[in-house]
Design a protein around this ligand. Structure first.
Ligand code: NAD
Ligand code: DAU
Length: 355
């Protein structure tokens, strides 16, 4: 079992990164320090961790920095004596990558390269260090009606987002093979839960329902995603970091496939129950809009390697996880107001007006 003292979490002000830090600092199996390295793009909100920062004292530090800025990354490595990196920072939204791919290449490819190269130099000859790369199932492309992605499925990325993540995955494995950098990697399916930026399917739908706005379903609504509660993703990342084989990649998934339209209908029922709104009025808000260009049809993950080797399994039932998520958005209007205060409105208006 690997043990770390100073973990650099990139992208810790985003959705999964902030949930990971919250989870890790309350995990009795970890007594070290977390350094959250995040440049705070539109998707990063340090307020997501205000309570955690106050409770953790010296066990938590925040550095506002860009992963493509080599000097800033080197400074963080030296200042905090970093012995592990868990790399969440990325441009993560497929629709945005279609409108503006360049930032995706800069952050996801060059940013990952910069982190890897700094780690290689900083850790020369050092034992007990680890670079963990957080990636996505989208690198494997799109499935038909049957089959699942395994760790050996050939890469076939089809959006600028997934192509940039695929590229970062290859760099991580190249640094392992060529320089012997101790790495592990995970490729996960769709996450949901608290603190997700309201540009992704589940929070868009919940918030639009609460505001009586239309519920934009892309194309025919028959695309399939495999949903996993964010805490289960984080537990899997930690299992791989502490017990996974070096140089290996592990798939993480919910084994929980839903067509988008079916999921939106289920959310309609849950939001009606939790908020007291009328279920049929909410359902009448569903609107089919123009499809996402190159929209991947189906993702499904085979996570048997992770289960078999490391004993991980999903722990949050989908209905229960969705209900918790709906309640969280109902209870956190301030957070929603804060993340929407940036260029949120411009982006949402442009994205949906073009559909
Ligand atoms: P997110 O968009 O919510 O958060 C990304 C965070 O990275 C933000 O806090 C942002 O400020 C930060 N960031 C962006 N560019 C940066 C830069 N140049 N330097 C420093 N920080 C920067 O993303 P998320 O949904 O939490 O995803 C986190 C990671 O998990 C990504 O690597 C993504 O590819 C991967 N992933 C996400 C999902 C999902 O369903 N959301 C599933 C599988 C894998
Ligand atoms: O599979 C993992 C990936 O999941 C991550 O790597 C990405 O970072 C993450 O954003 C997510 O990508 P998706 O494109 O699957 O997520 P999104 O929430 O954008 O869309 C989910 C599905 O819902 C997809 O089929 C598109 C559809 N959709 C999305 C939105 C935002 C709609 O029908 N309407 C919408 O308004």
């Amino acid at each position: 079992m690997r043990n770390f003292k100073n973990i650099l979490v990139t992208g810790g002000a985003g959705f999964i990164g902030s949930n990971f830090i919250r989870w890790l600092l309350s995990n009795p199996g970890f007594s070290g320090r977390v350094v959250n390295f995040d440049v705070l793009t539109y998707a990063g909100n340090p307020e997501s961790l205000d309570d955690v920062a106050a409770a953790a004292g010296k066990r938590y530090a925040f550095v506002k920095g860009d992963i493509t800025d080599r000097a800033a990354v080197e400074k963080a490595f030296t200042e905090f004596d970093v012995d592990a990196v868990v790399h969440f920072a990325a441009e993560s939204h497929v629709d945005r990558s279609i409108h503006g791919p360049e930032t995706f290449v800069r952050t996801n490819v060059m940013g990952t390269f910069t982190l890897l190269d700094v780690a290689r130099n900083a850790w020369k000859g050092r034992e007990g260090v680890l670079f963990h790369h957080v990636s996505t199932d989208e690198v494997f492309g799109s499935l038909g009606e049957t089959g699942k992605f395994t760790e050996t499925t050939p890469y076939d990325p089809r959006s600028p987002y997934s192509a940039s993540k695929a590229s970062s995955d290859h760099l991580v494995m190249a640094y392992s093979h060529t320089y012997g950098l101790p790495v592990t990697m995970t490729n996960c399916s769709n996450n949901y839960g608290p603190f997700q930026f309201p540009e992704k399917l589940i929070p868009v739908m919940i918030l639009n329902m609460l505001e009586g706005k239309s519920l934009p379903v892309y194309g025919d609504g028959r695309n399939v995603r495999d949903w996993l509660y964010v805490e289960d993703h984080n537990a899997a990342v930690w299992a791989v970091m502490t017990k996974g084989r070096l140089g290996e990649t592990y798939n993480i998934g919910g084994e929980n496939e839903w067509e988008n339209l079916r999921l939106v209908n289920r959310l309609v029922e849950l939001v009606a129950e939790e908020s007291g709104r009328n279920v049929e009025s909410l359902r009448s808000l569903i609107a089919f809009v123009k499809d996402r260009p190159g929209h991947d049809r189906r993702y499904a993950i085979d996570c048997s390697k992770l289960k078999r080797e490391l004993g991980w399994t999903q722990s949050v039932d989908f209905d229960e996880g969705l209900r918790r998520t709906v309640r969280w958005y109902l209870d956190n209007p301030r957070w929603i107001e804060r993340v929407r205060s940036g260029e949120y409105r411009t982006w949402m208006e442009r994205n949906y007006s073009e559909r």
